[in-house]
Design a protein around this ligand. Structure first.
Ligand code: FES
Length: 109
């Protein structure tokens, strides 16, 4: 049995500004990570849901990239203002946010 009901990985990989692949940190993913951490506290999900920064999730062109396990649901182009909706809809009501969802893995970085 897993310690956490959900585990959220937020890519905070940063590349040089002249790298054509771009990076999630270059698109403010660190603010997305902070929004998740604050949102989990706000909704009293600390200890039930864990959010972590991660390295590159290989969806760079669609970042900031977020993946939630054990569901295996991937989100792309996530902004800090999207995080409340993900927490309420996905984590609390078991309804993934379709408008932000991306295919599981396409390796198009
Ligand atoms: S830099 Fe975030 S998915 Fe690659």
């Amino acid at each position: 049995m897993s310690r956490f009901q959900h585990h959220i990985f937020i890519c905070t990989n940063r590349r040089a500004s002249d790298d054509s692949r771009g990076s999630c940190a270059g698109r403010d993913s660190e603010k997305v990570l902070i929004a998740f951490k604050q949102g989990l506290v706000k909704h009293k999900l600390s200890g039930k849901v864990r959010s972590n920064s991660s390295g590159c999730l290989d969806n760079c062109s669609r970042g900031p990239s977020v993946v939630i396990y054990p569901d295996g649901v991937w989100y792309g182009a996530v902004k800090p203002e999207d995080v409340e909706e993900i927490i309420v809809e996905h984590l609390l009501n078991d309804r993934p946010v379709e408008r932000l969802r991306i295919a599981a893995f396409s390796a198009q970085s």
